[in-house]
Design a protein around this ligand. Structure first.
Ligand SMILES: O=C(O)[C@H]1O[C@H](OP(=O)(O)OP(=O)(O)OC[C@H]2O[C@@H](n3ccc(=O)[nH]c3=O)[C@H](O)[C@@H]2O)[C@H](O)[C@@H](O)[C@H]1O
Length: 455
């Protein structure tokens, strides 16, 4: 399949300029279009045109039938051949009715003293599942919301859903862009907090399906904030931003005060836009908003589109893996952060969130607006990640070193977490070696043992 590259207006004008002003032999010289000779020429040209059009259409049809179907989901295939990634299904969801409302209420019911009632969007996602389970464990009310899209293997999302169901968390199937559904949820439950984790993730996939980033990370965020601002009482909102907002920033470690105006991917740009949108809703409506900049989160029940996950799969299958390196053999590194540390950061952000100050869409006073780095503070080269996986899996990787593609990746990330340490008591405790050990143990059990495992 050939992907048409979008053209800038300057490249369009270049093409227009290239069309000759006198189109050669097709130029009409004859002043009388009704002459016999002219009519005959016109007729024979029309026949030729029809013939070539049919041939052309036939060829397109032939190649269409021959082209292989796209893979069922995106799971970390070679990014250079990524034009075959599928477009996501847009589905209709059914919701509502007395039984449904009863489930919603029961799942969101607070069962501990001073507990909170949280709507978790993206609850069948990696971070969403862990956060929902942790909240439920301590007696908070939790209602999940997820659209179960097929960006990556939906059966993994279903397995996470089953896990949460056993823990007493109901996940409503629906889209964050469905305003009527969101309004209904707030009608049924007076949520004190929203943990907004639903998003289109992945930095490289943004080149393949840009609109899904706008749909989920911008329109979806606005739709969540709209319902929150109108709710009475307004909930406090904690949401997932990303380390990718630092983009081409070279000052390390990345601090919340550093510039974030040079995103390297559309994903990063949509997360940065989210931070600005958060500012607006805080300013106008008094919504309490906390953005968390996650640094390459990994661990059990993780995302198959992330490198540590598909490296594990491919090493075990004896397939080559592509390891990126920067110019002049420069090291590519990430501040890999273990899921349990991230969950502690999320819960602490919820617990320290102040109340929103508005009601029914009207601001009553200034409200809290925060942004925190949640990283590990110790970047590890991707080559070292592979060394650790080789030792844990007891299999040598077939390494294929390649130049860092210019499709959204940055060379390194490194979090300064002193603000989160001070305000949230955030202190990561799991290093990459230990975290990958836990991931590999889960992976082997999950994929060998009938997809049952615990968080
Ligand atoms: O912190 C974030 O906010 C983001 O973190 C994550 O992005 P990244 O840090 O790019 O993770 P990931 O793709 O696992 O690549 C890891 C490393 O492997 C390298 N990499 C990758 C692929 C490959 O084939 N080869 C390779 O060397 C690659 O160059 C990189 O150095 C989330 O996916 C994203 O949704 C967002 O949350």
């Amino acid at each position: 399949m050939v992907q048409m590259k979008p053209m800038s207006s300057s490249s369009y004008s270049h093409l227009v300029d290239d069309i000759p002003s006198t189109p050669g032999k097709f130029k009409m010289m004859d002043k009388s279009p009704y002459s016999h000779h002219r009519l005959f020429k016109w007729h024979s040209s029309l026949t030729k045109l029809t013939f070539w059009s049919f041939l052309f259409l036939g060829l397109i049809f032939f190649f269409f039938l021959r082209s292989p179907p796209p893979p069922p989901h995106h799971s970390g295939a070679d990014p250079s051949s990524s034009s075959s990634y599928p477009r996501r299904h847009l589905r209709n969801y059914s919701w509502g009715g007395p039984t449904w409302e009863k489930r919603v209420r029961s799942s969101a019911r607070v069962r501990s003293r001073n507990g909170i009632s949280v709507l978790v969007t993206g609850a069948a996602g990696f971070v969403g599942t862990h956060v929902s389970a942790a909240l439920k464990r301590r007696g908070d009310g939790v209602l999940g919301l997820d659209n179960f899209n097929d960006y990556y293997d939906p059966s993994l999302k279903r397995a996470r859903q089953a896990l949460l169901e056993r823990a007493g968390v109901f996940i409503v199937e629906g889209d964050i862009n469905d305003d009527a559904l969101l309004r209904k949820l707030f009608e049924v439950v007076a949520f004190t907090h929203v943990m907004h984790l639903a998003a289109q993730a992945g930095v490289r996939y943004a080149m393949e399906n840009p609109s899904s980033y706008v749909h989920s990370n911008i329109a979806g965020l606005v739709s969540i904030l709209e319902v929150c601002k109108s709710a009475n009482p307004q909930p406090a909102i904690v949401w997932a931003s990303s380390s990718s907002v630092y983009g081409l920033n070279t000052k390390v470690p990345f601090s919340e005060k550093d510039r974030t105006d040079q995103p390297a991917s559309l994903y990063a740009a949509t997360k940065k836009a989210g931070e600005e949108i958060a500012h607006t809703y805080n300013h106008i409506y008094g919504l309490s908003l906390t953005g968390l900049r996650f640094f390459t989160v990994y661990g059990p029940w993780g995302r198959p589109d992330m490198a540590y996950f598909f490296f594990t799969r491919d090493i075990l299958r004896g397939k080559p893996i592509s390891i990126f390196e920067a110019a002049n053999h420069g090291t590519v590194a990430r501040d890999f952060t273990y899921i349990d540390d991230i969950v502690r950061g999320c819960l602490s952000a919820l617990d320290t969130a102040e109340k929103s100050t508005g009601s029914g869409g009207k601001k009553k006073g200034p409200a809290q607006l925060r942004v925190f780095n949640l990283g590990n503070t110790s970047p590890v080269p991707v080559t070292e990640l592979v060394n650790i996986l080789e030792r844990l899996l007891k299999v040598k990787a077939k390494r294929h070193i390649m130049k860092l593609p210019r499709n959204g990746d940055v060379q390194f990330t490194h979090a300064n977490i002193s603000l989160a340490q001070r305000e949230l008591g955030y202190k990561p405790t799991t290093d990459l070696q230990m975290g990958l050990k836990k991931f590999v143990r889960w992976y082997q059990r999950f994929y060998a043992g009938g997809k049952k495992s615990s968080v």
